[in-house]
Design a protein around this ligand. Structure first.
Ligand code: NAD
Ligand code: DAU
Length: 380
């Protein structure tokens, strides 16, 4: 079959990537979707069980740093679009091992850019109909101050932020024109990769687009990150390690709403533009953790709040950014995107998903998930 488009999605076996792959494979049967993933500890093909046999889906185990391999894949598959999510993504790991973050996030992105450039430049139509879409993070902007510790009414409102909890904890927000001020090795590496993507547009004319999103939550997130780690710990009545005083603020977006934004921007975003993605949904860590405890307790039939004593304050993360808050007005106004879920609904769905998918969690925490790939390909 001849496909209308041939798109590589990198990091498709990871948390956000699997939702993007699923959305594209199901919504666009006329597109060939190639999931290129190295399957690091964060990549889990079991996340894609439901679509792995679809005719328009192909998985390729490959490192984005393998420039020649990526170039050949692009040639073989006549690739005209790249949606680049593959990265080392956990801040705490970046503090212990910055080299891996520079290698994957910077050199890996450069390798993809260069492979795409060399391949697309050989084609008669060159850049026409091509797109290199780089997925980045709000952390590149640095940290905002907590100027209103009790919270104030936010200056913006969206469908998802209309509930009473959605206060803003400062006057400033991350807008697309802010200068980059990354603090962690993770965000420094992401910032560097963003600069390379823009440089490929400005220098060679590559049709690029960059988006910077706030914290995602939802199914299939690796349980080193706050929400899945804490849900699992509450279930098993294990301590909840809260960094510092738990006062840091994060801006949470349901992962499927991020995937919807990626779909929209891949198709309709303007070349060389940056769009911030977020739902104006700020939470202090400690308040969010209390919601998680109450929700897990309720869904497990325990008295609500019974597990509050699991909260354990521990040494703060080095260089811990105080507050993230995305202003996504540009995306909402120019492309008409808005989050589909209220936070209360999203968090309930998410807790329920982790509780209902204990087998997935056990496979990840035991390391068994890494055998899924071998088993899957053994008989093919
Ligand atoms: P994740 O850690 O869950 O998944 C990363 C995926 O990339 C894994 O499947 C892993 O195997 C793959 N990968 C890593 N190194 C690779 C390499 N060298 N070659 C090929 N594949 C490789 O990450 P995530 O949370 O899904 O984040 C995806 C992207 O979105 C990242 O670029 C991240 O910076 C960005 N982002 C994440 C969030 C968030 O809240 N999780 C928010 C904003 C932006
Ligand atoms: O803002 C977008 C970013 O969000 C993404 O770019 C990153 O890839 C993603 O990991 C996430 O980064 P954070 O560092 O904000 O996420 P994390 O889940 O690690 O932590 C959320 C907050 O909770 C943060 O303030 C640190 C705190 N925390 C985290 C863990 C794992 C704790 O207090 N205890 C913990 O055990």
């Amino acid at each position: 079959m001849t496909y209308k488009r041939s798109i590589i999605i990198t990091g498709g076996a990871g948390f956000i990537g699997n939702h993007v792959v699923r959305l594209f494979v199901n919504k666009y049967p006329e597109y060939k979707i190639i999931n290129l993933d190295k399957l690091t500890y964060a990549g889990n093909l079991a996340n894609l069980k439901d679509i792995e046999d679809k005719p328009n889906y192909r998985f390729v185990k490959k490192d984005i740093c393998d420039f020649e391999g990526v170039y050949k894949l692009m040639q073989d598959e006549h690739v005209d679009g790249i949606i680049h999510l593959a990265a080392e993504s956990h801040v705490d790991r970046s503090i212990k091992d910055p080299f891996t973050f520079a290698q994957t996030n910077v050199m890996g992105t450069l390798s993809l850019l260069q492979a795409a450039k060399l391949y697309w430049e050989t084609l008669p139509e060159k850049w026409e109909g091509k797109r290199f879409y780089h997925i980045s993070t709000d952390e590149v902007y640095g940290a905002l101050e907590l100027t209103h510790p009790q919270g104030i009414e936010p200056p913006f409102s969206t469908k998802a932020s209309s509930g009473e909890h959605h206060l803003a904890y400062g006057d400033k927000f991350f807008t697309e024109d802010l200068k980059y001020q990354p603090h962690s090795p993770y965000s420094a590496a992401k910032a560097s990769s963003d600069h390379f993507v823009r440089a490929f547009h400005d220098t060679y004319g590559m049709p690029t687009v960059v988006t910077n999103c706030s914290n995602n939550y939802g199914p299939y997130q690796f349980p080193e990150k706050l929400i899945p780690l804490f849900i699992n710990n509450i279930r098993h009545r294990k301590p909840l390690p809260v960094y510092g005083k738990g006062e840091n603020v994060r801006d949470w977006l349901y992962v499927v709403d991020h995937a919807r934004a990626i779909d929209l921007i891949f198709h309709e975003g303007k070349v060389a533009e940056t769009y911030n993605i977020g739902g104006f949904n700020e939470w202090k860590n400690i308040d969010l953790i209390k919601v998680l405890i109450n929700t897990v307790d309720r869904l497990l039939g325990r008295p609500e709040g019974a597990d509050m004593d699991l909260i354990t304050y521990v040494t703060d993360r080095a260089g811990h950014d105080m507050r993230y808050a995305i202003d996504s007005t540009k995306l909402q106004k120019e492309l008409g995107w808005e989050p589909s879920l209220q936070f209360e609904e999203g968090i309930e769905k998410t807790v329920r998903w982790y509780l209902d998918n204990q087998e997935w969690m056990d496979n990840v925490t035991s390391g068994d998930y890494q055998k899924y790939y071998e088993d899957m390909y053994k008989n093919r």
